[in-house]
Structure formats: C-alpha cells, structure tokens
Design a protein around this ligand. Structure first.
Ligand code: C2O
Ligand code: CU
Ligand code: CU
Length: 488
C-alpha cells in the first residue's frame, strides 16, 4: 500500500492533542497510593537468533519475582524475564521450542501471526500442557513467509487473559530478504497489569473481565516510562507489540519524523509519514523514527472502545483508560548523524480482490444476557458469542476449502469494539469501520467497531487443518468469544 489506512492515519494537526497532557507519567501503582518514577534506560529483551535455518530453545513458563518500577512484583514469566526472549528468524527457518509448564494452571504456546501449520505439535491452540509437563513444539516457516514483527503467548482457553496479564509474552522477528537501512532497531513490547500494595497481581472482578481488563501500570519491555537516547539525523526502526490483554494503544511521538513501515505483517510499499497509529490488542506496528533534536514522548492516548451501554445495572461501564500514558521518553541530542541511504520501496502487495471467491461466511460478535444475571450488580456474567454460540473446542464452526479464497463479513451487534483475530492465515481487510479500503491492507487482528461491520478476504493456502479465530480482548476470548475453522 502506498498510504496508511484512514484508521492508521490521523489528519495532521490533531496529533498534538495528546501531547500536552502528561497524565502523571511514571506515577502509577495508584491503587497502593504510592508513586514510582520511570527514567531507567530502556532494556532490550534477550535476542535468540536462528543459525543454519534452526532456532532451538527451551521456554519455561513459571512464577517469577521481578522488579517493576523499583519494587518487587510476583509475576509469571518466560525464562524469568519480562518480556521473554525475542526470537529472530527468517523465512524457511524452523523454530523448536521445548516448553515447560511450571505454573499452577494448564498452559500452552501460540505463535501469533505466523503462517505455520496448526496441526499436531505446530501452532495448535487445542494443546494443553498440564502443570509440571513439557511439550515440544515445532514451527516450520515457509520460505516466502512475510517479514514482520510477531509475538508468542499462552493460548490455553480459560487462562489466556490471566497468563498474559501476569507477564507471559515475547516478540518474534521475521527478517525480510532485503535489509532496511537504519541506525538501530528496538523491540518495544507494551503490556499492562495491576498490582496490589504487596506486589501481587490484583484480583480481577467480573465487571473488569466483561469490559476487558486494563492494568493500572503500562510497561514497555517490563519497564515504566524508560528512557531512550539517539543523535539527530538517525533512523530507528521500532517494532511495537501490543501485548495488553484488552487495552487499545493510540500512539503518537510528537517532534520526531515517524513513518509507518509495517502493520502486523509484511511491509508497506513506501513508508509514509504518520502522526498517530492505533493498535488493538494483538496488533504490531513497525515505525521508522527519523530523529530530530529535542525530547519526545511516546504517548498512548485513550481510545473509546465502547462500554456496556445500558445493558448492565448501575456502575462503572467504561474501561479505566481515561488518562494518556507516557510509554517512553526519547532524548535526541549531540552531533547530526551522517545520512543513511533511502528506504527502498517494498514489493507490491498481493490483492485478493482480483481473484475468485470460493466461499462466504458471516460471523456476528454479540454480547447477551446469560443465565444467573441476578440483579445486574456484577454478580452474573454476560455471554460472549460468535453467531450465538460460545466456544466449544470439539465443534467445527466454519469449514473452508483449502487453497480457496473466502470473503468473511464480521458484524458486531454489541456496544463494545471486538478486535477479530484469525490464526495461521492473514486477512486482507477490504472494508473497515469507516468504509471500503482502496489499497491492499493486510492484518491478523482487525478491529470491529461497536454496532459496525468489517469485511476481509482470506486465502486459505499453505496449510490444512483446524484452528481458531477469536476476539483478542482476551477476557472475551476466555469467556467464549472464539470459534473453530478448518481448511480441508
Ligand atoms: Cu494472539 Cu489467538 O492469539
Ligand atoms: Cu494469534
Ligand atoms: Cu471482544
């Protein structure tokens, strides 16, 4: 695509709006009534790179006592670090993970966005690893796998939001065939969590689950408002992952030149200047930052993703995201760097609109009353359904022809946005909440705004097998907003 989509691009001039509010940066942990400063140097997760076409590693999901904002928190982590290691591979590589569950609940591993087989010990969301057990995964990337920033996280139904909120996630980088000239690259994994005064994860209320929990502390690579520095005239490549269970991130970085290089997967043809990008839970973005002298803040401004409307009784019906959050501070000073070569144009993107459609499906995302609502005081749960049904791992919801291209209409009859995610096969978004898209736009998570609809085209090629699609507000997924799809 030559232009970012409307959703990704806010008209110039509005960008400053979020920049003036400071939102009490680095002063979270508000539920304990104490404040914590940021200002540490940004750390990069450990990077594990494939050699001779193979990346082999052991991943242990375990309770971890880690420092957050200068205090000790009782979290869960992969290999004891927040985030887990970054896995760096290229098309054609094989990733082998020996995954051990040292948690007290079942878990498993999902490689979000990777175009790999969903069968057996591949990216199989139906696997369950019991506490104390080990499972050996193997993910074989096709040679022409799209480059981009992906990520991994547990996907055991019923435990997904809890385990992400506790700290279990990490980035995956798939390198492209031709490198982009940059001064440096940074992986920025954004997550959120709530801790009580003694550093334990806060309990989550039924209402927070129904809304989609948003943590009171927002972290970048496990740090609160870390500090980055660069020289003017440099070009950085930021790979940003939204690993929050439910929080949307509307990001801006005033005072710097920012271009969109990639959204979820692949690479845009010509990176264009953006003032704001919006990431639903699960989305990733790669930004080119052309540095300019001064100090800039990466701010996440609140996103209105709807509420429970009049469906519940009285009480808080909005997520607690009303304040802008300072994610990190970039200090650009010193001598002007030598100029870098231009960013070469990427290859033209595949456009499925030129082909034949082998099938059509409509999926409706709905929230309704379930049994035992009681007096509406939050004691009962709403139902979260797709086409009127809650998730059943043994039921096949959508059968598709392997190798065919389908048009899916995703409708949302509820009062809240639901970010739709399909495993294994990326989606070409042809209509979003604002209307038809003209340029080929590929994503693996697409937001379906409340009371709205979205259309996508999916080429079910490369692999056969059964996997899932779901709302990436992970509380909703755990509450049943997930279905199964089989390509055969
Ligand atoms: Cu990021 Cu099905 O998940
Ligand atoms: Cu996924
Ligand atoms: Cu949802």
């Amino acid at each position: 695509m030559s232009q970012p989509t409307r959703r990704q691009l806010l008209v110039l001039g509005l960008a400053g709006a979020g920049m003036t509010a400071t939102g009490g940066a680095g002063l979270w942990w508000s539920n304990s009534g104490r404040t914590f400063g940021g200002g540490q140097k940004l750390l990069q997760p450990e990077m594990l790179t494939s050699t001779n076409g193979v990346l082999q590693l052991a991943l242990e999901a375990a309770p971890a006592r880690l420092e957050v904002g200068g205090r000790t928190a009782n979290l869960q982590a992969f290999n004891g670090s927040l985030p887990g290691p970054t896995l760096r591979v290229r098309g054609g590589d094989t990733i082998r993970v020996q995954m051990t569950n040292k948690l007290q609940a079942p878990t498993n591993l999902h490689v979000h966005g990777l175009h790999v087989s969903p069968l057996d010990n591949g990216d199989n969301p139906f696997v369950s690893i019991d506490p104390g057990d080990t499972f050996n995964y193997e993910f074989v990337l096709p040679a022409d796998h799209p480059p981009g920033t992906y990520w991994y996280h547990p996907h055991r139904h019923g435990h997904v939001a809890d385990q992400l909120a506790a700290g279990l996630y990490g980035a995956i980088v798939v390198e492209g065939p031709s490198p982009i000239p940059v001064s440096r690259e940074r992986v920025l994994v954004v997550s959120d969590l709530s801790l009580d005064a003694s550093g334990n994860l806060s309990d989550v209320t039924a209402m927070e689950q129904m809304m989609g929990r948003e943590g009171q502390i927002v972290l970048v690579n496990g740090q609160i408002s870390p500090q980055l520095s660069a020289a003017p005239g440099e070009r950085e490549r930021w790979r940003i992952v939204n690993a929050c269970p439910a929080r949307y991130l509307r990001l801006s970085l005033g005072g710097q030149g920012v271009r969109l290089l990639s959204f979820d997967l692949g690479q845009v043809r010509e990176p264009a200047e953006v003032t704001e990008v919006e990431l639903a839970p699960g989305n990733r973005v790669e930004l080119l930052v052309d540095t300019r002298k001064g100090t800039s803040t990466l701010v996440a401004t609140p996103v209105d993703r709807g509420g429970m409307g009049g469906m519940m009784g009285a009480g808080n019906d909005q997520p607690n995201n009303s304040d802008p959050v300072d994610l990190l501070h970039l200090d650009v000073s010193g001598d002007l760097a030598a100029p870098l070569p231009e960013v070469p144009a990427g290859p033209a993107l595949r456009d499925l609109r030129n082909g034949t459609i082998s099938g059509r499906h409509t999926l409706d995302f709905a929230m309704g009353m379930s049994g035992g609502m009681g007096n509406g005081s939050g004691g009962g749960m709403m139902s979260f359904t797709i086409n009127g049904r809650a998730f059943d791992p043994d039921r096949l919801d959508t059968a598709v022809q392997a190798g065919g291209t389908e048009e899916w209409t995703l409708t949302n009859s509820s009062f809240m946005d639901h970010p739709f995610h399909l495993h294994v096969w990326p989606m070409q978004v042809i209509q979003d909440g604002a209307g038809d898209l003209t340029e080929p736009t590929w994503q693996d998570v697409v937001n379906i705004p409340a009371r709205s609809q979205v259309k996508v085209l999916v080429a079910f090629d490369g692999f056969q097998g059964r996997t899932v699609y779901h709302c990436h507000i992970l509380d909703h997924e755990d509450l049943g907003m997930m279905g199964t799809v089989e390509a055969r």
